[in-house]
Design a protein around this ligand. Structure first.
Ligand SMILES: *[C@@H]1O[C@H](CO)[C@@H](O)[C@H](O)[C@H]1NC(C)=O
Ligand SMILES: *[C@@H]1O[C@H](CO)[C@@H](O)[C@H](O)[C@H]1NC(C)=O
Length: 248
């Protein structure tokens, strides 16, 4: 979660071309490119992640814990599944597991990974089969992704604001992820038939990878997009010279 927040911080700058001049939040400090830059950025991110993920209203940086998700629909392979009113919780508690910021070099890049437990809450509707087992129901869903690690890599571009000041921006971000285990809790399966529901849910949880192969890509994509947006929003408000000293 903390890593994610940091990422958001970085990405936010990119999104807003009509940048107004903002100031670093009081919980962050400038890093000097020539003196322990990497450690400083890491410390800033770790320190500010829980706060950054809650959003920075004065800079227009949205909250990323929870991340509100667009509806997710899977149709096909004998199973129709939808999640509506979905939200992903837990980014603010994620830990930064990797950080590499190449700045002041020819190719400026950003590489960040965070790890933690994320939980999705939503209204679900499911109808079809998981492997061989029929499953049908609708109600409240909780999906917990345990020890999920998300790695985001991005090139950094410079964007000038109306006052001629340079801002960082994440462009063409790539990402990959790994999930250790997923736990599904679908309430009211089979219209409340508890015995059938328990058997089927156990089976679904034993075969979670099957379900997540289809489910996680659209979810992770939205999470990354939201985080990148938040980081770019932040970047768009804070000039490079207000974040980094010793930068030419
Ligand atoms: C995620 O949850 C598992 C199981 O509850 C726990 O062992 C692990 O430490 C948690 N990971 C993080 C990063 O909080
Ligand atoms: C899934 O939805 C499609 C239409 O969106 C429908 O044709 C199909 O029969 C549905 N499959 C199941 C298993 O409900």
């Amino acid at each position: 979660m903390q890593s994610l927040i940091n990422l958001v911080l970085f990405v936010t700058f990119l999104c807003n071309t009509n940048a107004e001049h903002g100031q670093l939040p009081s919980y962050m400090k400038k890093c000097d490119l020539k003196h322990g830059f990497s450690d400083c950025v890491k410390a800033q991110i770790e320190k500010s992640l829980p706060l950054f993920t809650k959003g920075i209203p004065e800079l227009g940086v949205p909250s990323t814990d929870p991340v509100l998700l667009d509806d997710i629909r899977l149709d096909g392979n004998g199973l129709n599944l939808s999640f509506t009113n979905a939200a992903m919780h837990g980014l603010s508690k994620c830990l930064l597991t990797q950080l590499k910021v190449d700045i002041g070099t020819e190719e400026e890049e950003f590489d960040l990974a965070f790890k933690g437990n994320l939980s999705l809450t939503a209204k679900y509707n499911i109808d079809g089969k998981i492997l061989i087992l029929p499953i049908v129901g609708e109600g409240d869903a909780t999906v917990i992704a345990q020890n999920i690690e998300v790695n985001i890599q991005s090139k950094l571009a410079h964007v000038k604001d109306s006052k001629g000041q340079s801002h960082l921006k994440l462009v063409t971000p790539n990402y990959k992820y790994d999930i250790q285990r997923t736990i599904f809790d679908l309430k009211n399966l089979f219209n409340g038939n508890k015995e059938l529901a328990a058997t089927t849910l156990t089976f679904a949880n034993e075969n979670w990878r099957q379900l997540m192969d289809d489910l996680s890509p659209p979810i992770i994509k939205q999470i990354v997009r939201t985080v990148v947006k938040a980081i770019n929003k932040f970047f768009s408000k804070i000039a490079i010279s207000d974040m980094i000293s010793g930068y030419n």
